[in-house]
Design a protein around this ligand. Structure first.
Ligand code: C2O
Length: 617
């Protein structure tokens, strides 16, 4: 017997199917206007998951049970809406690392800076638009050390009608075809797969390589113990490529990342360093890479065999495969760059680049495996040389809007130091003290309520003070013989600047407790790297050498070990913006501070009020 379904009911069913697709499948995009920009909905369920590596199973905090976490993909101009629901016992917040968050500071994510953490059983919707950025970024947890397991790629494709400023990499459009299953009994699923497929076919083939760190112990326990005893934290057991430690570690050969390629093609690799505490050298045996992008801005292409990439940094490189399939495979290796005095994980992680060969061809059975060679662990000159190769495109389409004049100059030291050991306790830090770290000798204490809220509602009393020092209060020979007094001061201090201030900031490493490089990350902005050098910054002679033509634009800038770096930016984004070392150990020790950029006069120069679901502390 045929029953007819009323039209209104059909429309309702269709609507329900479409809305469930949006939540079930992150790639589904819904056009919100006649323009090409769309809104992309994602759902992040924070939950515990058992994961095994190195023959060791542990329960870890994940997004949707995935390690590494799911990719977030959008085009330039799109709106991204992520509903984060916390089912884990830990509090958490998520940061969209490198996203400018223009007038959407409430969605930035660092816990106790722009929001209180999302508590167990609570949720928060992050809502922001991608403006003027294209390339690779990452998202990660921004509370304690949870980003050890809670991270994933954030890919920004060019607008629909825009192309890359380099030859298009090889396209792959077949990989999702196997998923097209219209015979599935689940109607919603089939429908969603169809949409998903259309979406994927349009997409350029993406190869994402995240490097990370694996700890057998719970990373939260590691940092808590370190903060308690004052000693350096235990180091990781292994590094990983896309969450896999690979064949250089015990009990790990089966967990090896393999990149299968066809001969004679150009692939684009999106490299992301998600390690907690280590800058890494990276190289692929017998292959040259062309760097085309850094921190989601295009750069003048340059060739290199070896890259160095700091935590929080991202870079796109082109890999041209050999025209003829070689009878060999090639190791991709990564291992740390380190100049400090503490301990670090000095292991090497390996993945394999493999050429596809005709399956019947026996001559490819016993392939040789080539290994790349990497610089020495402390190859500071290599690192300085490499970072100086990055230049903005600085052309009509992608101009370098580096401020040519400066309203405000700031000089910050970044350093390790110590706090005295509390009475009735023995401490295991340097000379019985506790390790600390500071900017202009202020070790930043996290408040117990979020800075952005207390600033916005003018309730700063007891939360923060607006007296962050613009220069070191007690200048010394920063990179000379270290001073006897290594103690830091502690406080929650912010630096307040008017809207549209053109800022120049020199970041100076110090030799207190050992010179070390520090990848400094500024939230809410990209900065232009106008100069760098070794030793102490010379305010008389160094500015004349600044590059104001085509400096690279980055969100995470390496302060050279025993040297300085100068950056410029226009403070055109009102809000509270965290700046910190992207080594989580230094971050936890207090190498962090906050900028407050005031509202401008015009309505579109003001930070809007917070969303109603902003988490409470
Ligand atoms: Cu990627 Cu405040 O961090």
């Amino acid at each position: 017997m045929a029953t007819s379904i009323p039209l209104s009911q059909t429309i309702l069913v269709a609507f329900l199917i479409v809305t469930s697709c949006i939540w079930m499948f992150p790639q589904v995009a819904v056009a919100t206007s006649k323009h090409t920009s769309v809104t992309r909905h994602y759902k992040f369920n924070i939950r515990l998951k058992n994961v095994t590596r190195l023959c060791h199973t542990k329960s870890m905090v994940t997004v949707n049970g995935k390690f590494p976490g799911p990719r977030v993909v959008a085009r330039e101009g799109d709106r991204i809406i992520v509903k984060v629901v916390n089912h884990a016992p830990n509090n958490i917040s998520i940061h969209w690392h490198g996203i400018r968050q223009l007038q959407s500071g409430w969605a930035d994510g660092p816990a106790y800076i722009t929001q209180c953490p999302i508590q167990t059983g609570q949720s928060y919707v992050y809502n922001f638009t991608v403006v003027g950025q294209r390339g690779t970024l990452l998202w990660h947890a921004h509370f304690q050390w949870l980003r050890a397991t809670v991270y994933g790629p954030l890919i920004i494709l060019p607008r629909h009608n825009a192309s890359y400023p380099f030859a298009k990499p090889y396209k792959e459009v077949t990989i999702m075809l196997g998923n097209l299953s219209f015979i599935s009994s689940n109607l919603i699923e089939s429908f969603c797969h169809a949409i998903l497929l259309i979406n994927m076919i349009k997409k350029i083939w993406q190869i994402i390589i995240t490097t990370g760190e694996w700890f057998n112990a719970d990373p939260e326990a590691i940092i808590n113990q370190s903060l308690q005893t004052g000693n350096g934290p235990n180091v990781s057991e292994a590094y990983t490529f896309n969450g896999l430690p690979g064949p250089t570690y015990n009990c790990s050969a089966k967990d090896t990342y393999k990149l299968k390629v066809k001969p004679g093609k150009a692939y684009m690799l999106r490299l992301i360093n998600t390690a907690l505490n280590d800058e890494l050298f990276f190289s692929i045996a017998n292959h040259t890479l062309t760097v085309v992008e850094a921190d989601a801005t295009y750069v003048k292409p340059f060739e290199t065999n070896i890259l160095v990439i700091a935590p929080g940094q991202t870079t796109n490189v082109l890999l041209k495969t050999n025209p003829n399939p070689p009878n060999a495979s090639f190791f991709m290796l990564a291992r740390p760059y380190f100049t400090g005095m503490g301990t670090f994980d000095n292991s090497t992680v390996a993945a394999i680049l493999e050429y596809e060969t005709p399956s019947q061809d026996n001559s490819f059975r016993n392939r040789t495996l080539f290994k790349p060679s990497l610089p020495a662990i402390n190859a500071t000159n290599f690192v300085a040389n490499f970072s100086s190769k990055f230049r903005s495109l600085a052309n009509a389409q992608f101009p370098a809007n580096v401020p040519q004049t400066v309203d405000k100059r700031f000089f910050f030291t970044v350093s390790l130091g110590a706090n005295p050991c509390p009475k009735n306790q023995t401490c295991q830090g340097p000379n019985g003290t506790k390790f600390a770290a500071a900017v202009n000798n202020v070790s930043f204490a996290l408040p117990s309520t979020a800075l952005l809220q207390s600033y916005f509602f003018a309730k700063s009393k007891g939360v923060y003070t607006a007296d962050f020092p613009q220069f070191p209060l007690h200048p010394f020979n920063y990179t000379g013989t270290p001073p006897n007094n290594t103690f830091v001061s502690n406080g929650t201090k912010a630096l307040v600047i008017p809207f549209n201030t053109s800022v120049e900031l020199v970041l100076q490493d110090t030799s207190i407790l050992g010179a070390e490089s520090h990848p400094l990350h500024l939230h809410g902005y990209n900065v232009y790297v106008v100069g760098q050098g070794f030793g102490n910054f010379d305010p008389k002679n160094d500015p004349a050498k600044f590059n104001l033509i085509d400096p690279v634009e980055r969100n995470t800038v390496g302060v050279p070990s025993g040297g300085w770096v100068a950056i410029r930016f226009l403070a055109d984004n009102p809000g509270v913006w965290f700046m910190h070392c992207h080594f989580d150990v230094h971050l936890s020790w207090g190498l962090r501070m906050a900028w407050i950029v005031l509202d401008g006069e015009l309505p579109n120069q003001k930070l809007p009020p917070p969303p109603s679901d902003l988490p409470k502390c």
